[in-house]
Design a protein around this ligand. Sequence first.
Ligand code: AN7
Length: 381
Amino acid sequence: MPTGSRYTGLIEHYRDRLPVSDSTRIISLGEGNTPLIRLENIPHETGREVEIYVKYEGLNPTGSFKDRGMSMAVTRAVEEGSRAVLCASTGNTSASAAAYAARAGITAFVIIPEGKIALGKLAQAMIHGAVVIQIRGNFDDGMRLVKEVADHAPVTIVNSINPYRLQGQKTAAFEIVDALGRAPDYHCLPVGNAGNITAHWIGYCEYSHQGDGRVTAACKYCAGECRYAGRGVTGTRPVMVGYQASGSAPFLRGEMVDHPETVATAIRIGHPQSWDSAWKVKEESGGWFDECSDAEILAAQKLLTSREGIFCEPASAISVAGALRDIRSGRIPEGSCVVCTLTGHGLKDPDTAIRQCEGGMLTVDATLDAVKRAILDSMAP
Ligand code: AN7
């Protein structure tokens, strides 16, 4: 075996904070360790002094943050002898489940809403060999069916109601604190099922257990064992801010939404599975929920690509759309350190990206003259 320092995924890296034992066979594709990129151009446009970082989760193996939780959930499913995993998905969970099941040598069944998942995600689920079941319904219908059918078939659910998913996903908070040397002041992220905002809070809480062994309010997240007392890394936790698409915003309406709609298909979810825990995160962190329109979401996606060179999918861009609005209004005060999670890669949804760029391509003859003219015309003041 080579003896270098090859990164081998988040379970190995954070294994003393995750539910694995020395004999556990770890199912990993090298997920985690994603870059925390400081925005250099966009903050100037706000007219405010703020540091904004994006956690680029689109650089995970299947292109979304789901890989963190899936590595952990599939690892435990295999350890417990499961031969198949099952999920409902707006796309990214199905892509991730398909890949990790392939890695583990088990079967993935994925239930997706017909016609409402982005092309890249569908391609992933199919090419990894998942059994893809399209339903004439939305994600929430799929989730209900997953829970019902799991009682009748020998499958492990790998939606975020599987607690191991959140255990894997909490490592994103660890990485942010490890990278900054402290917790950010504000953490902004998209909210669909609200699993990710819950997982981040678990991570921040575990990392904030005081070094002197003093037990913080966070202890209730340690399954009553308080394994993390005295193992704190930072004394602070961020304010957690969750953004939802206006057409799909149960946390803003204060109740479930039956017919969610948004261009950000990843978060086209009206009945969030982590409803209660997300409200707790809001309360405990002193945070809030807010909504963004589809137009604001797409504008933020375009801003990130054109001004920073960072391509995320529409659902991810909502974290930046919302953060910029809250920075401009002063709700996020000047001097703050803000982290926005970019949950999925832009290549997941090429159709929406191209639709945003009508007229963005020139077609000319294959001659020097034509190409030269195209370049010079485009550079004209
Ligand atoms: C890019 O794949 O629910 O609030 O089935 O793909 O933890 O649900 C995806 C969710 C944000 C919302 N950004 O996270 C699925 C699915 C992207 C996503 C979310 C999702 P949660």
